[in-house]
Design a binder for this molecule. Structure first.
Ligand code: UGA
Length: 471
């Protein structure tokens, strides 16, 4: 039978908030600490602050009962057995992760430790962070017997964060002491022993009472490297298929067929082989840079990661060339843009390739009418509306009389457009799709000039000169 553990989670961003709510859903008593009073008040009032499936319901269920939102780290430290640090680790100018927030929280926790605590790194941090946290806590006068520091990286994806947390492929616990490992094992017992999945109201997902997630116990350093290596490998997979897609374009092959062909090899697998306009988000770009930087500092040649980054940047430039190839000149062209978020089903625009492309197109003198189901508010904060850039509330408004449509984010609703209506709405039936949401043949049948990634361009049969001849 699982036991209730009092847990503090410091930081109420994507990882911290989701972890806090999910620990409550697993039955634990949680303090979610943030030094931003406005955020804490909003969460206490039931505002989730982020766009995430299941979060509004679970927040409604647990706020101010099983999850206490507070700015009081001292009380949280005193009351809890485990303190998860889930604050931001932004990228510094050199590419390293900036660990000043982690350090500040560790010193603050140290000031309030009076009995044994396990401090858990949940933020994505480079190898050796664990040792630094330990040193900081000791320097603040805490006896070594009164605490352990463990690494418990998180692998959730934005948009499916709650389900990912409760139905993980694996739980990684890097602990160098048995006592700390035992506490983390108890915290995750509702998942690893299957009790959570037996509950009638459990969030559905891939795990069940019979298919429980494994908990992998490692050293702290290995766990730290597992997180960075996982993200770097996924980014590498994306850059690999993007490079292959460029080859497919040169050879007039079809990258979707190639990805299927390689993905059927069980050693490779079909996931993360979707070509596009490059990866974005708050994790991959930052983590690849941080991992490369850590390797460099340790004298390890990991130039492979620089290539991953280079291909990723190149993908946006290639897309811009495609738009130019479809439209000839760009100055003064009116473009409909669907998608601003870094991927579908999220309102996050951090490091979004869609935002980069909008900026590049504006610099070329295009005027843009953009629509995104969730990310427009954030996009407008970064790129304010102007005579050249308008944000509208529907696909129809965006596409009306546009010289071409550009698809930049893989929202499910963008894959189900009414093609007959779209054809009638655009000034010229040209679609440049950065996410391969449509079958070129279907687009051709509907009378579109259709350019996508790693697949031959499709043109309506009646058009005399095809864009790929012009490229
Ligand atoms: C990523 C990882 O997938 C999570 O496991 C990890 O926990 C998280 O980072 C993190 O470190 O916090 P996330 O950033 O939410 O999650 O987004 P992904 O779904 O991985 O997508 C990242 C980017 O890659 C997006 O821009 C997406 O459009 C792009 N992508 C993804 C592709 O271009 N092709 C693909 O096949 C898959």
């Amino acid at each position: 039978m699982s036991r209730v553990v009092p847990i503090a989670v410091v930081g109420s961003g994507y990882v911290g908030l989701v972890a806090a709510i999910c620990f409550a859903e697993m039955g634990h008593q949680v303090f979610c600490v943030d030094n931003d009073e406005r955020k804490v008040a909003a969460l206490q009032g039931g505002d989730t602050l982020i766009h995430e499936n299941y979060l509004p319901t679970l927040l409604g269920k647990y706020r101010n009962t099983r999850v206490k939102f507070t700015t009081d780290l001292a009380e949280a430290t005193r009351e809890c057995d485990a303190i998860f640090i889930a604050v931001g680790t932004p990228q510094s100018d050199t590419g390293d992760a900036d660990l000043s927030y982690v350090e500040a929280v560790a010193s603050e926790i140290a000031r309030h430790i009076t009995s044994y605590k396990v401090i858990v790194e949940k933020s994505t941090v480079p190898v050796y962070t664990n040792e630094w946290i330990r040193r900081v806590i000791e320097r603040n006068g805490v006896n070594r017997d009164l605490f352990d520091v463990v690494s418990n990286p998180e692998f959730l994806r934005e948009g499916t964060a709650v389900a990912d947390f409760l139905h993980p492929d694996r739980i990684v616990v890097g602990a160098d002491s048995e006592r700390a490992a035992a506490l983390l094992t108890a915290i995750y017992a509702p998942l690893t022993e299957g009790d959570y999945y037996k509950k009638a109201e459990a969030i559905a997902g891939v795990c069940s009472d019979r298919a429980r997630p494994p908990l992998l116990l490692t050293s702290t350093k290995s766990a730290e490297i597992i997180k960075h290596a996982s993200n770097a490998f996924l980014a590498l997979k994306i850059s690999f298929i993007n490079a292959v897609s460029n080859l497919c374009e040169a050879a007039d092959a079809n990258v979707e067929q190639v990805a299927k062909g390689i993905g059927l090899d069980s050693r490779i697998g079909p996931k993360f082989l979707r070509p596009g306009i490059g990866y974005g988000g708050s994790c991959f770009p930052k983590d690849v840079a941080a991992f490369r930087s850590v390797a460099e500092q340790m004298g390890v040649d990991f130039n492979l990661l620089s290539e991953v980054e280079k291909i990723n940047v190149g993908q946006k430039k290639r897309f811009l060339s495609k738009v130019r190839a479809a439209l000839w000149t760009l100055r003064g062209k009116k473009l409909a843009v669907l998608g601003l978020a870094f991927k579908g089903e999220t309102d996050d625009i951090r490091e979004s390739p869609a935002i980069d492309l909008v900026e590049m197109l504006l610099a070329e003198g295009c005027s843009i009418v953009a629509y995104d189901p969730a990310a427009m508010k954030r996009a407008a904060e970064e790129l304010p509306p102007s005579t050249q850039l308008r944000y509208v509330d529907s696909v129809e408004e965006a596409t009306k009389d546009a010289d071409a449509l550009l698809i930049l984010t893989d929202w499910a609703e963008f894959a189900e457009l009414d093609l007959v209506k779209l054809h009638g709405s655009l000034r010229y039936p040209i679609v440049v799709d950065g996410r391969n949401l449509y079958d070129p043949k279907v687009m051709q049948e509907h009378g579109f000039t259709y350019m996508s990634v790693g697949r031959p361009a499709a043109t309506p049969v009646r058009e005399a000169v095809t864009p790929d001849v012009l490229v």
